[in-house]
Design a protein around this ligand. Sequence first.
Ligand code: SF4
Ligand code: SF4
Length: 287
Amino acid sequence: MEIAVISGKGGTGKSSISAAFATLSEKVVLADCDVDAANMYILFNPTHEEEQVYIGSQKAVIYYSLCTNCGLCVDYCRFNAISFINNKVEISEISCDGCKLCSRICPTKAITMVDSDKSRMYSGTFRNGKMVYGRLAPGEENSGKLVNIIRDKAKKVSKENNLNTIIIDGPPGIGCPVISTITGVNHVVIITEPTISGLHDLKRTIEITSKFNLKTWVIINKYDLNVEKAYQIEKYCSSINIKVAAKIPFDAKVVEAMVHCKSIIELNPSSEISHLIKNAYTLITNG
Ligand code: SF4
Ligand code: SF4
């Protein structure tokens, strides 16, 4: 069974809930698909068993032996990735979009495109099972492709180790990596918060999950910070037949758990929040 935890935007507590799901009793495969800001490996410190290079894009490189310093490429680059530094043309690897234009217009063919090989997919073992995660290098694109690689690896690891549950910590937002994260999963859990933007982002996220006909659940995190807005979210979910699996109150212990590299289940298993998360998980996995 694959359970994807996502949120319409960052900062809703998605990773805390993913970490909590991953540390409930049964052993799992945890797939961190938030490749732009992977953090599960920091929390769970997995062993380093496999590393795979991910070629996400190409970057422009100058061969200075051919360059006449004419500056044409500086004028043409729409991403402001090329500039004169100390009177010498240089390309910023982070800003380069890989569009290839400079390599085409350079009169002396001094610019060539090279594969960018700084992104990685890793897999290993953590205290409650196996973990697969990716890290996209700054300025890299095609994160959806890396998400697909992580999900394929997580499925393989799950079969090899007889671990039936894959918990996916997805990226925030509604872009291509989110679609790669949720395609074909058994359950999508959307973490939201009781704010105007929380409700707005929730609606946009549900539009996507409903297009893919996915079993969708909502968890309202820190609901007690705005009880009225939380009620509006519940009403909205009920109007479109989506179950709210839990309403979780704000508790500084959740942050404290993350600071100590633990989930709230590990730090304080008998707390109210831990009970609410366990109940939500049972509801989702039986639903
Ligand atoms: S266009 Fe080519 S020759 Fe001119 S500055 Fe750029 S790299 Fe050098
Ligand atoms: S490949 Fe495109 S983005 Fe990169 S430096 Fe050349 S023109 Fe700029």
